[in-house]
Structure formats: C-alpha cells, structure tokens
Design a protein around this ligand. Structure first.
Ligand code: SF4
Ligand code: SF4
Length: 284
C-alpha cells in the first residue's frame, strides 16, 4: 500500500525522473543480454508503448543543476556505526539491506596507530556502471542532481546492477523481515519514506524482490530539490555522525562546505582508475 505525503503540504516534484528509453536502446540491451528473440520481436515493431508512454509522461528533461555528494573525513570517523543505525531508522531497511556500512582497516605496526574507519554509502558515480546494465531502465542517474535511483515499480530483481557496481553499494531485498515486522507489531506498519512513496512491507510486494541502495535521503528534499540541515532535512547519516566526519552538499556550488573542504584538504576517491568518478570523497 502506498500513502501520499501529508495533506496540505506543497506537492513535491516526483523524485523519479525517468530516462528516455528508445526502442533502439532496449533492443541493444536485450541483444547484449542474449535475449535475441525478444529483441527481434521489438525490432520488427512489437509494442513498447507502456514504457515509452510512462517515460514521456514523467521526464521533464530538465538540466542538471546540482551535483550532490559527500566529503568524509577519515580523521574524524571513530567507527561508532551511528550513521549505519541512523540510515536504517530513516529508510526502514530490512535485514540484509544496509545503505551504508563502516569499513575498518586494522591497526598498524606502531603502538599509537589507530584503525582507519570509512563509512561507505552509494557514491552516486558520475559514470555509474550500475546504470547501463539494467535491462529495463529501472536504475538511472537523475539529471537534476546526479542522484542514482532505483524505480521499484520497474525493477525486475535481476541483480545485474549488483554485479556491475564496483563498490558493493547495492543490496537485494530478499523479503526478510525483523521479528517485529513478522509479528505485525505497530512498528511493522511504519511506512518507509523512501522515494516519498511511503510503502509498507507486504509479502511479495515491492520493494521485496528489488535491488535497493542509498539515495542520499532523497525524500528529504523540498519541492525545489534542496535539503536544509537546520530543519533536519539532511541525509540521516550526515545528520547523525557523532564525529562530524560526514559532510554533504552540492559539489557544483563552489561556496558549499563540501567544495571548500576539497579545496583545503587532500582527498581521494575509491577505485578512480575505473573512471566512475564517484561523488563521495575521503579526506586523508
Ligand atoms: Fe552505482 Fe555503485 Fe556507483 Fe552507487 S557506487 S552509483 S550503485 S556504481
Ligand atoms: Fe535493473 Fe532491478 Fe535488474 Fe538492478 S535488479 S539491473 S535495478 S532490473
């Protein structure tokens, strides 16, 4: 069951801006997947109308205005996992699905060495390898802010994107539930605000069976696509970080905190050699 956002609030823009999908794109994707007969049927004129109609309906083809990203200070992260818990509480993710994790690299050889902790959400890559492998266009990068999303109503759960992501940032929702959900306690009926769709967990219903990932708490944007830290509309992990290690903002804005940090401090991105251009940086 889906619920609408609270009555009286200004109607927000849809958080899913679907990419345009041409017949040619789909035929090429099917051929790559080896689905030759279906590709041939589509190539000879079989109807694509439902997909095309939906894409045209909701895609305003807006220009990208922002590039949201994170700058994570490895010197400040204490490995407390508060970001992991905050993300779970915000997005109501089930067992086995965690949109952010904290990696720990062990102690060095010197007695005063401390472990290195790195919190690791989806990197919302500029060139995300997870996107082109999706055979149904369910995962895509939003043109207006660079956030990579999954349309649960399109996703068929094939998990190609999990294999393609070099950062292990995607998870499959196998339908597992916490005991509180299975026993239908009041907690079980709390809908997830994800994508502002407010879905409650129901056996066999989306997002069960879908692939899921961090969205930079996209549902907290206002109707102009902006976050507001002062009023709490800020990604849950960054808002909660006890060490103040997670900085979030618009990397296209030269005056944003994240842009200024990148000018002042030495930063790295993981697996840069792959050309994915992650929008999450780590300060050393
Ligand atoms: Fe896609 Fe993985 Fe990059 Fe996230 S980190 S955008 S899931 S390739
Ligand atoms: Fe696309 Fe869903 Fe398959 Fe991922 S699991 S590639 S989002 S259809």
């Amino acid at each position: 069951m889906q619920q609408q956002a609270s009555a009286g609030a200004a109607a927000p823009e849809p958080v899913h801006e679907l990419p345009e999908v041409s017949r040619r794109d789909i035929v090429q994707r099917l051929l790559k997947l080896g689905a030759v007969s279906l590709a041939a049927a589509l190539g000879s004129g079989a109807s694509l109308q439902p997909l095309l109609a939906r894409a045209e309906e909701v895609n305003p083809r807006g220009k990208k205005k922002r590039r949201y990203g994170m700058v994570i200070d490895t010197r400040r992260c204490v490995g407390c996992d508060a970001c992991v818990a905050a993300c779970k509480a915000e997005n109501k993710t089930p067992p086995g699905v965690s949109y952010t994790i904290v990696l720990e690299q062990g102690l060095g050889e010197r007695p005063d060495d401390r472990p290195l902790f790195m919190t690791k959400p989806c990197f919302h890559c500029e060139h995300p390898p997870c996107v082109p492998v999706c055979p149904v266009g369910a995962t895509f990068k939003r043109s207006q802010d660079g956030i990579v999303v999954v349309d649960y109503d399109r996703c068929i759960g094939c998990r190609y994107c999990i294999v393609a992501c070099p950062y292990q940032a995607r998870y499959s929702d196998f339908g597992d539930n916490y005991p509180a959900v299975e026993e239908h306690t009041p907690w079980a009926s709390v809908p997830s605000p994800e994508y502002r769709q407010f879905r409650t967990r129901k056996e066999g219903k989306s997002p069960e069976g879908n692939v899921r990932k961090c969205t930079f708490c996209l549902h907290l944007q206002d109707e102009n696509g902006e976050y507001d830290r002062a009023s709490g509309r800020w990604p849950a992990c960054a808002k909660t970080c006890t060490g103040k290690a997670i900085h979030f903002g618009d990397l296209n804005d030269p005056t944003s905190e994240v842009s200024l940090l990148l000018k002042e401090r030495q930063a790295i991105r993981l697996k840069e050699e792959l050309g994915t251009e992650p929008n999450v940086y780590y300060l050393l």
